[in-house]
Structure formats: structure tokens, C-alpha cells
Write a protein that binds this ligand. Sequence first.
Ligand code: MIC
Ligand code: MG
Length: 297
Amino acid sequence: MLYSTTSPADKRAAFRKDIASGRLLHFPGAFNPLSAKLIDDKGFDGVYISGAVIAADLGLPDIGLTTLTEVASRAQQISRMTDLPSLVDADTGFGEPMNVARTVQTLEDAGVAGLHIEDQVNPKRCGHLDGKAVVDTDTALKRIRAATDARRDPNLLIMARTDVRAIDGLDAAVDRAKRLVDAGADAIFPEAMATLEEFEAVRAAVDVPVLANMTEFGKSELFTATQLESVGINIVIHPVSLLRLAMGAAERGLDTLREEGSLQSEVAGMQTRARLYELLDYEAYNAFDTTLYNFTL
Ligand SMILES: C[C@](O)(C(=O)O)[C@H](CC(=O)O)C(=O)O
Ligand SMILES: [Mg+2]
């Protein structure tokens, strides 16, 4: 009932243990708190909180328009709904290194288990689009140092994302990844890798966990869990996938409603009221005070 009873500190400790296990962790992206409950219910390892999804949810493109306050508030709403650890997209850290420090403490207070900070310039853009630009190595390292110095819980995972691959090629990306790890990054997110071999090269170059971003319609092929595991990837995100699925279904439903004047033919594909209530744990609320809360289906 209500929120997760697992504390953020316990989630972070569990995440640290899991990510060091060598097993591939699956973190689908939750597009809202309810979908985080579904990810938990389906037995995944954690919940990803995507910047692209937060922006899209507000009807905005993913070009650095969202504020730290908006991201932290959504991260808190999602994180508290699940016992699973959450990993949030902190974009470029929302400003200069001092802002990065504040971002880390704010997201830590929101209850996330980890966050990633990227080396794109501001304004940033989706890592799978052309025309990106990155900051110089010194600035990228400063962001990561500021982030690791700012956390109060040593188990809060600070992941460094590098967008260098699409700009200066794989060797430069590998080099940047190594420098980010030397600066204190706990994990590496190599963005827009073209092949499995490229993931393998990053994996071989650093001795910290590596993330694979399996976003659809991007620069990376959608590798299977087995393929990613075979090259030693530690965590895979499907950041925007649930939003894309839900919006695909919503669009089809609206077309049906327009054409048929009713949603009768779509009902079979809908989540039922019973299933929704099960996810929301209605029964627990009923049991809380049976004189007041006694709704039945
Ligand atoms: C992972 C990502 O940063 C996100 O915000 O979810 C995006 C995903 C996307 O736009 O497909 C990214 O830049 O890869
Ligand atoms: Mg993003």
C-alpha cells in the first residue's frame, strides 16, 4: 500500500551488489509511477527514468528544456513506487560543476539509486541524433568529480555517459571512458555504439560496469540480452520503449474511436480494471479500514 517500504539506502546497497555480480541487469524505462509498479511486478532488476520520456511526457523535445526540479520530482514519484533501484538520466547535470553537485544531492534526496551525467554541451540532444557536440575532456572530468564529491551516500551510483563515439569515433570514446573512470565514475554509459564489437571494446578498456542503451529507432541495433551478456555488459536500458508501446496503442485506439464511434473492438487489448486494481493493490487499501474502504468490483 502507498509507497515502497524499502529505503533508498537499501535500494542503493542492493543495486551496488547486483551490478557487481556480473549478471546482466534489465532496467526498462518507467514512463510514470504506475509503469514502475508494472516493471517491478514483472520481475525486472530496476527502473530507468529517462530524460527523453520526462520531456516527451510534458509535450517537449529532449533538448535540455526540462529543469532539475521537474526531473527530481518525477524521479521521486517513480522511485518511491517500487522496491527496485532506479537509475535516472541527469542529462548534462543541469549546468556548471557546482550545479552538477546540487543535481546529485537533489536526486539523492529524491531516492534514486543511481544517475548518469553526460559529456554533451548544453543544449543537449538525444544521443542517437546527428549534430551532437561534446565538451572538452577537462570539463567532462570536472562534472564527474563534482558529482562523486557531492553524494552523501557512497552507494549512490554515479555513471558517466560519453557521447564522443558519434563525433570522434570509437577510439576517442574509449579514451574518454577511461579518463572518466579515472576521475571517479562508478560505471560507464557509452552512447550510440554502432556494433556489439564496439561495446566489447569499451568493456575491455574499463574495469567498471558498462551500460547498453537499447533505444529503438537509434544508432544501435537492438541486441538481445544474450548478445549483450556475451560481451560483458552489466546493465541494459530500454529507456523510451514502454512510452512508445503505450503511445502506439493510444494512437491506434483513438483511430478506432474515430472510425467506429466506440472502443468496443479495442477492449480485448486493454488492461482490465481488475488487473489495474491488482497493480494498485486496492485490496490493501480496503483492508486498511473496512468500514470506510470497501469497494468491490
Ligand atoms: C537514454 C536517453 O538519454 C533518454 O533520455 O532516455 C535517450 C533515449 C532516446 O532518445 O532514445 C538517448 O539520448 O539515448
Ligand atoms: Mg536522455
